[in-house]
Ligand binder design. Structure first.
Ligand SMILES: [Zn+2]
Length: 106
């Protein structure tokens, strides 16, 4: 598997508490990605991709609360801006063969 990264590059990493999401959803560098790390452990918690307008379109969750043990990690969420332009829902992605992540986001 070759190296793959978004055409707009990777933004400076963000460090923050476990259980939070990347704060930026708009106004980011076009076609870029941001990685979010646990400020205490250094573990990768989340990645977010932005479209050509710099708007969040895709998340990959590497670790978050799973008190009901119903998540597998990593798994992806897409941003459904068509449904709500102010507070878009972030449904979990399920691929055509049941996959939880989309290889086109890397
Ligand atoms: Zn999740």
């Amino acid at each position: 598997m070759g190296m793959c990264k978004p055409s707009g590059g990777i933004n400076p990493p963000i460090y923050g508490p476990f259980g939070k999401n990347i704060p930026d959803i708009e106004g980011c560098p076009p076609n870029s990605r941001t990685d979010y790390y646990d400020e205490k452990t250094g573990e990768l918690l989340q990645q977010r991709w932005y479209d050509s307008d710099g708007t969040a379109i895709w998340d990959r969750d590497w670790k978050h609360n799973d008190s009901h043990h119903n998540h597998t990690f990593p798994h992806d969420h897409y941003w459904d801006w068509l449904k709500d332009k102010v507070h878009p829902p972030r449904p979990e992605y399920i691929g055509p063969n049941g996959e939880k992540t989309n290889i086109h986001y890397c």
